[in-house]
Design a protein around this ligand. Sequence first.
Ligand code: SAH
Length: 378
Amino acid sequence: MDKDYQEEQFAGITKFTPPLYKQRYQFVKDLVEKHKPKKVADLGCADCTLLWMLKCCSCIEVLAGLDVCATVMKENMHRLSPLPGDYLQPPERSLTVTLHHGSVAHKDPCMLGFDLVTCIELIEHLEESELKKFPEVVFGFMAPSIVVITTPNSEFNPLLPGVILSRHPDHKFEWSRAQFESWALETARSYDYSVEFTGVGDPPTGMENVGFCTQIGVFVRKCPQTIESAQSEKPAEAVYQTVFRAVYPSLKDEKYLQSAVVNEVIFTAQTIKQSLLDHLMSEPEEYSDDPAEGELEFQPSMNCFPEDLGTLVVENTMEPFVIGNVVYIPLTTIFSVPRVNELCGTFEKLCELIAGRVTLSSDGSAVVLSAEYENEEN
Ligand code: SAH
């Protein structure tokens, strides 16, 4: 593993705060926040730390990792699984995380359709033959809108105590800024991308001429890719092996939407009922003058509508009422509560989602609850 194990140990002049690997990941995160890609692939993802950080970015719906070493990916891949809290309150966005075992020197259709591809400290680990194939696989075949490539800047090495030939024994090369820029410009030109250079890991004061410790190229595709051009290059065969896949709970999945709506409807109905009964108990004269049938009958005005449910978003024509021991909360009232309205979108969808899961009046127009009063003591 190559998480700057040397870069972080350097004593004296060059100690990065935050550590350099975190600065690289933060660079990617900032880029994600700026461009809001939906599909992101990290090539040479190693122990999946970057993917783990990116899963919190709410714009991302598909995250994929690729590494030639399955062992390093598997060590910590459980971090990419949903947590119990993700099931308790599923968000609107969907998220699928997949890890593939394979090489960036080979094309696989599972790598098509990504908006952003990151290659963090990857290229210096590639054999000459792999580095030759890399541009065609990433820029020609995958052809995402944005590619980020980071690699060590060898001009910085003299400032890193203990570094003689390279920063890591597995590095096949380390490039100066001129070498990286010439490779990147040629690659960008061949595949119709533009490229801009930057970096992370500031040089010490007075040594600015060496540049950043990590150099970064951000490539942006010049022409939008058409579906036809992507599909025409699609190879028939999958060569990567999928080693992990997690589908996060989301309200886009009908099953989670239904349980969220049912919970919200029951909560709303209970809150309205409670407010209604509180009102009723505080003004007994309003309902106590018809003792003949021993039943309560009460239709409050909406000024007893609980404020904590939010301001009604649709005009509400029917109002909750009590008959005997039963409270009726019209579905139209429940639909006009912001959270329910937002979840269902339409009244018909509300009816469809709660059918058979919430007790309704015989005509299906109201949620029915027992009028049992729950005050603070019980
Ligand atoms: N991106 C990570 C890891 C960098 S180390 C980080 O920033 O910390 C480089 C990673 O690339 C290693 O995990 C290594 O196994 C992987 N790698 C090397 N050659 C590869 C190839 N041909 N295809 C895919 N991954 C490769």
